[in-house]
Design a protein around this ligand. Sequence first.
Ligand code: AMP
Ligand code: MG
Length: 417
Amino acid sequence: MAQLSDDCFAFGGPMMAVDEAVAIIASRLRAVAETETVGLTEADGRILAVDVAAPLPLPPFMNSAVDGYAVPAGDLPRDRERPFPIGGRVQAGAAAPALRPGHAVRIFTGAPMPAGTDTVFMQEDVRIDDTGRVVLPPGLKAGANVRPAGEDIPQGHVALKAGRRLRPQDVAVAAAFGLTMLDVVRRLRVGVFSTGDELTSPGAERAEAQLFDSNRFMLMAMLRRLGCEVGDLGILRDEKSALARALKVAAARHDLILTTGGVSTGEEDHVRTAVESVGSLVLWRMAIKPGRPVAMGIIDGTPLIGLPGNPVASFVTFVHVVRPAVLALSGATPAPLLPMPVRAAFGYKKKLGRREYVRASLREAADGTLEAVKFAREGAGLLSSLVDTDGLIELGESIVRVEPGDQVGFLGYAELL
Ligand code: AMP
Ligand code: MG
């Protein structure tokens, strides 16, 4: 019994595996269809709504990759060095001069290759003789140090696919194509509630037995990182009918509702029953620690995800349940999180059939490889455990123990959002 009373997973009933729950949630979501056009400077982080094909090849013209001397491949010295008179000069941005037969052209990085030339000698590899000719060494391969038109991206190639969450390098490609605007999916509108009589907002009075609400601010920040427009819906009291009314109003105005707290089995946990009273519950509880009492429902067509109140449980379930749902609703191509293999510098026991996340920091081991150091304490309420670590170690359902030295998968906080 001692073990049971200490185990917040003690109460019975089979729990749904995380992947199964996430798949069921995804099956109930329909991506937002409305799009908008944004300028390049607004495009980072947005979900691309249509494929972008190259309207021109990149690079648009054959050019030199180095500062040096351009010649036709047919003139390359074979066995010994050979002097060439210098017939013209071309710098980046200038028009290439015509090639005079038997000459080399002085050329600079990014400059267009003179018609007929296709190979460039680096200036470091040549010398100028006392009559001012450039002496080219033997042995260079035809086509060396040249960037052919389209070698990066051929014209017509779909360089950015619809559903991509745009990154700075993607914006660079659009700019290189000469585009000024991109069609993106409109931002997802997500309403966020905290629930709990013990909560008060930062800036308001705090009674002796109250806490300042921290989850709402964490979740709103996480949602913004995922590109959402966030509605701060404040704190709801632990009262079923008030909760139900507020959820119904919020459902009409948002694409997704997120709640935190009040979703467990206690007498003061009313989120699940509130959802059932104004909508339908799709699932509740999954085999994840920290986390477990996650609920998903639909109210008037709007999905709701209820996260647990403990801050670490709320963080972990956001990453693994809300993040994929937000991406699916945003029309984003699914982007599974890929844990990085590292060595565990800790031992750990876990329950078969449950996925667990251990807060950990990385350090360089004596042999130069990375190892993960577990945060010393395990409580799901410890905000410091999130602040003072680098990421989460993912321990899959089939694992029952970790020994120091075992390889485990690490998800850095920076990559999670
Ligand atoms: P609950 O899921 O409502 O049973 O809450 C579990 C624990 O998380 C309790 O100790 C709550 O006080 C705490 N908690 C719930 N909501 C929040 C919140 N928004 N910010 C910080 N702690 C919370
Ligand atoms: Mg509560």
